[in-house]
Design a protein around this ligand. Structure first.
Ligand SMILES: C[S@@+](CC[C@H](N)C(=O)[O-])C[C@H]1O[C@@H](n2cnc3c(N)ncnc32)[C@H](O)[C@@H]1O
Length: 342
């Protein structure tokens, strides 16, 4: 920054030249002083043109006045400069502080996000391990003669399969009714053929899936242990919470089921058809349940299944709920003297 103030001696001492001087003065903060005299032959007031710029009385007066004005202005400018400098320093300090806080907050947010991702990742890995371990255990227990059909996704997960085997072993049901067949039917049929002498009635609303399950049972030599009922969904006597009719397996064969059902396995109809789709599973066979029956519901981690369980417990208060931990959530409703040790 220049430390030189230009004091232009005013030739004609008129307002314009003073204004020019002040503008220059504002642009160059003053600590020194340089007087620029006009050429002698222009605007010099001495008659003989003999004066030097600093000897000219008129000029000297003007110069003195300019110097005085420059001093006053210099003080004001310095003060203003220092004030602006202080303000700028405060603003820069505040801005830097805000940036530091913002960066720290962002770092903290990233750290928490990373921690959540790590926790989720660990939970996913742990679940994968649990499913593989459950599958190996299931295979050891069932000793399948052919490869088991795919588990997980639409089918039950290995841990739910293991829960079914455990409950069959523990409670020795004579009649199992299943809504929504597939791999679960095969698991139940394997255990039924090995550990108990029970009959399985499995319902499917879809003909192709019903046929696929029949073929799987045949392949594994289990077709005599399970009967697959293909029954398309039809409007039923059951209403959802809004008073709308719920569709249910409508073939009429439920009427002919034996009157001592010990276990109900619920994995259908698909809940995407209606969040209340699985509600009829209990009231539809209620009159045919044995006193110590169990109901096992898959996908109990879903909101739709949870509202169904809540309604069952309200309408059938003799049932108690147990919730074994499985990949998709399981709800086991028990009544009578039954309890489960899981
Ligand atoms: C949740 S699935 C039942 C799965 C069965 N419990 C199992 O372990 O394989 C309910 C119904 O969906 C139908 N379903 C089965 N697999 C399906 C698939 N991959 N895509 C669409 N629907 C399917 C069948 O009609 C079945 O009765």
């Amino acid at each position: 920054m220049s430390n030189i103030a230009l004091g232009i001696e005013c030739r004609n001492e008129n307002a314009d030249s003073w204004r020019a001087w002040r503008i220059l003065h504002a642009v160059f903060p003053v600590t020194g002083y340089l007087a620029l005299a006009c050429p002698r032959d222009v605007g010099c007031l001495a008659d003989d043109h003999s004066c030097t710029p600093f000897a000219c009385t008129r000029r000297s007066d003007a110069l003195r006045a300019a110097l005085q004005a420059a001093e006053i202005s210099t003080e004001g400018s310095l003060e203003m400069f220092v004030t602006i400098l202080n303000c700028a320093t405060v603003v820069i300090a505040l801005f830097t502080l805000a940036m530091v806080f913002k960066t720290r907050a962002e770092q903290e947010k990233l750290r928490r996000r990373q921690k959540r991702a790590e926790t989720r990742h660990a939970a996913v890995l742990m679940n994968e391990f649990r499913q593989i371990a459950a599958f190996l255990e299931l295979r050891d227990l069932l000793q399948p003669v052919r490869p088991l059909p795919m588990l997980r996704e639409w089918a039950i997960s290995p841990d739910f399969g293991l829960l079914l085997v455990d409950l069959i072993d523990e409670h020795r049901p004579r009649v199992i009714v299943e809504f929504g067949g597939g791999s679960s039917t095969l698991v139940c049929a394997y255990r039924a053929s090995q550990a108990t002498n029970c009959g399985i009635h499995s319902y499917d609303h879809d003909d192709s899936f019903a046929q696929r399950t029949r073929e799987q049972l045949q392949k594994h030599g289990l077709d005599s242990h399970a009967e697959i009922h293909y029954e398309p969904l039809r409007p039923s006597q059951f209403l959802d919470d809004a008073g709308e009719v719920i569709e249910w397996y409508g073939g009429g064969s439920i009427e002919n089921l034996p009157a001592d059902i010990d276990m109900i396995v619920v994995d259908g109809p698909p809940s995407h058809l209606n969040p209340w789709a699985r509600y009829p599973s209990l009231p539809a066979v209620y009159d045919k349940l044995s006193p110590d029956c169990l109901l096992i519901l898959d996908d109990a981690a879903r909101k739709s299944e949870q509202q169904v369980v809540e309604r069952w417990l309200k309408e059938f208060p003799e049932f108690r709920l147990q919730s074994p931990s499985t990949e998709k959530g399981a709800a086991v409703l028990v009544r009578g003297s039954r309890s489960i040790s899981i």
